[in-house]
Design a protein around this ligand. Structure first.
Ligand code: ATP
Length: 621
């Protein structure tokens, strides 16, 4: 994700593109096939940003391929537009605009429903191209006579006509496309897109506007598709109507899967396999249409043996050769390493880290409690999870919440962070009524939580996880810094480093989450909430599932984290909670049963009777 030698990839790409016309003619490769591979590869770069990086599988890319292609071809053939490059750019922009409008609609849904909408949209575009717009698109005849580009240099004019003569133009477009895409995936936006792919819920909970970023990825993919569609017309001298067909989208998906998604180069590799295989089987072996049977077999074999595609397979091999654990597939957690013991220098760094200041977003002049919930009720159909809860927390407080299973603790946290709306009641945070706001906006204001069940970005490393959370605070919920390098963001490294120290994960910085032991994952879960520098931090059962040794360690960490911060902690480990917190609220059947200091709660007969039943001794001890 954060490659240390970024220009190496660009340099190797340029070298390969230059070498292709010098080497492939000796291997009898048809230049037209090579040119088509480049067009598919360019088309696939955008699709890979959408599918491989953001995790959005669209079946509707043909709509944008056709839009860009027909707009450019129409300008160049019927409208008498003289400049090929400009027409291609206009076609690309038209496709991007269509992508924006469609994205706004389709991205209101997720998963299979999103995919179904994209199928429907591709079909609608295909119909519109053939029928109402046939006068402009040529209907089933397409648009013939698309010119090829030429470049006037003052003393001479370079003409890119066909075959190897057109190759430099297409290779240049592909190179620019890959350079921009590399910048995008290495930018903060690229980091957020990966986070969305891994866990969209958590990406929004740490403060990113997930929908806006998804629309961004959709527009980028549509723009690449539009440019590739325009180049198809230039390549063939004719804009074919089948560019709009559903087959086009299907071929793109298969090529990306064959080459390896989430790599940017997967589509071009997949296209090379597809088109060379087609040439070889159809022309050399004379298989005709039956060549698709062989292609199908190849695809099945790849899915079985190289689930991350050809590039993924090569990367795994490279990892194995270098003795590193393969990262392509999430793995079972490693055996739990010994609980980390704090060394003297770490203790010092934790002191420093504890100084990591929480944000201040309070309304001007507001001096009241940091959080006030009034009469908060949540009903799920007939189930009342919370009923009429009044709850106030002051600045700097460390509050505990206890209650038996099903008492409504987690639901209460979900309402406070606006993950679910209350049925009735209000929540005021730092003087603002946040009732009904989004979880993203509330996190941006400085209120967030760690989850009872880990919500991590599993295929990313510990550092990458924390980076994503820190980015939300440093950049706000949405910013289009597509071409900016992550390393250029002021304060990011320091914030990530301080959080690593706070949750004692400095020794596991570059370890993928899937390889962490359970206790480490719990600490990272807390770290994700912390990295956004909240002024009010809610922790939902931070000690759940930990070994006794890890609990002791984590309680110590929580004490450090609490310095200068306001925190509310839910946990079933009462000994730890009594040790940690200054005040405790007891929930039972969705209502507040009691509130007081740990000693008051221990001595409260109602709590003993109602909450612990027969184990009063545990509280009194
Ligand atoms: P635990 O300690 O086991 O985590 P809890 O105190 O956090 O429990 P909640 O998870 O808030 O309790 O659940 C309170 C009640 O609300 C339970 O009866 C639960 O079944 C119900 N509940 C929670 N979420 C939902 C939901 N999404 N739909 C329906 N009922 C729900």
């Amino acid at each position: 994700m954060f490659t240390k030698r970024p220009l190496l990839v660009e340099a190797v790409t340029a070298a390969v593109l230059i070498a292709v016309p010098l080497v492939l003619p000796y291997l009898d490769a048809a230049p037209n096939t090579v040119n088509r591979i480049l067009v598919w590869g360019l088309f696939g770069i955008g699709f890979d940003i959408l599918f491989g990086y953001t995790g959005l599988l669209s079946f509707g890319q043909s709509a944008f391929y056709g839009t860009g292609g027909f707009v450019a071809a129409y300008l160049l053939t019927r409208a008498g537009f003289p400049n090929v490059v400009l027409a291609l750019i206009i076609g690309m922009m038209a496709a991007a605009l269509a992508g924006y409008l469609i994205g706004l609609l389709a991205l209101r849904r997720t998963g299979i429903y999103f995919a179904m909408i994209t199928v429907a949209i591709a079909e609608i575009f295909f119909f519109v191209e053939f029928n109402p717009l046939a006068d402009f698109t040529g209907g089933e005849n397409g648009l013939p006579g698309v010119p090829t580009p030429s470049l006037f240099l003052g003393f001479t004019t370079l003409k890119f006509t066909s075959g190897w003569s057109l190759y430099p133009f297409l290779a240049f477009c592909y190179f620019i496309g890959i350079v921009i895409a590399l910048r995008i995936v290495r930018s903060p936006v690229g980091a957020v897109l990966k986070a969305i792919r891994e866990n969209a819920l958590r990406a929004s909970a740490v403060g990113h506007d997930v929908r806006a970023y998804k629309v961004t990825a959709f527009v980028i993919a549509a723009a690449y598709a539009g440019l590739a569609g325009g180049l198809l017309g230039v390549l063939q001298g004719f804009m074919p109507p089948d560019a709009f067909m559903f087959d086009t989208s299907g071929q793109l998906i298969m090529q990306t899967a064959i080459g390896g998604r989430g790599t940017l180069f997967g589509p071009v590799v997949g296209a090379a396999v597809w088109l060379f295989l087609q040439d070889f089987l159809q022309a050399s072996l004379g298989l005709g249409a039956a060549w698709k049977l062989v292609l199908g077999l190849v695809f099945v074999l790849l899915v079985f043996f190289l689930r991350q595609g050809i590039i993924g397979g090569i990367r795994d091999l490279y990892d194995v050769v270098r003795g590193r654990a393969a990262r392509a597939e999430p793995q079972e957690p490693a055996a739990e390493p010994p609980a980390p013991k704090l060394q003297a220098h770490q203790a010092v760094s934790i002191q420093t880290a504890a100084a990591m200041p929480p944000r201040r977003h309070a309304l001007d002049g507001f001096e009241g409690p940091i959080l006030q919930a009034r009469n908060l009720t949540k009903r799920y159909g007939g189930i009342v999870a919370n009923a009429g809860v009044d709850f106030t927390v002051n600045h700097g407080e460390l509050r505990g919440i206890i209650g038996p299973n099903g008492a409504g603790k987690t639901t209460f946290f979900k309402m406070l962070t606006c993950e679910v709306p209350p049925t009735s009641g209000t929540i005021v945070f730092e003087g603002r009524d946040i009732t009904g706001m989004s979880v993203t906006d509330v996190c941006q204001l400085g209120l967030t939580k760690s989850y009872q069940v880990n919500q991590l970005f599993n295929r990313l490393t510990v550092r990458e996880n924390l980076t994503i959370a820190a980015l939300a605070e440093l950049r706000g919920k949405f910013r289009l810094d597509l071409l900016r390098d992550l390393s250029g963001i002021r304060g990011l490294d320091q914030q990530v480093q301080r959080t690593l120290e706070l949750v004692n994960l400095t020794g596991r910085t570059d370890t993928p989450v899937s390889q962490l032991a359970y206790g480490e994952k719990r600490r990272l879960e807390i770290g994700l909430a912390l990295a956004s520098s909240p002024s009010l931090l809610l922790l939902d059962e931070p000690l759940a599932g930990m070994s006794p040794r890890e609990r002791v360690e984590t309680v110590r960490l929580l004490k450090n984290i609490a310095k200068g911060r306001t925190m509310i902690i839910i946990d079933h480990d009462m000994d730890s909670l009594f040790e940690l917190t200054g005040r405790i609220t007891v929930l039972q059947e969705g209502r507040v049963l009691a509130e007081g200091t740990p000693d008051e709660i221990k001595a409260n007969v109602r709590v003993q009777d109602a909450y612990l039943g027969g184990v009063n001794g545990a509280l009194a001890a």
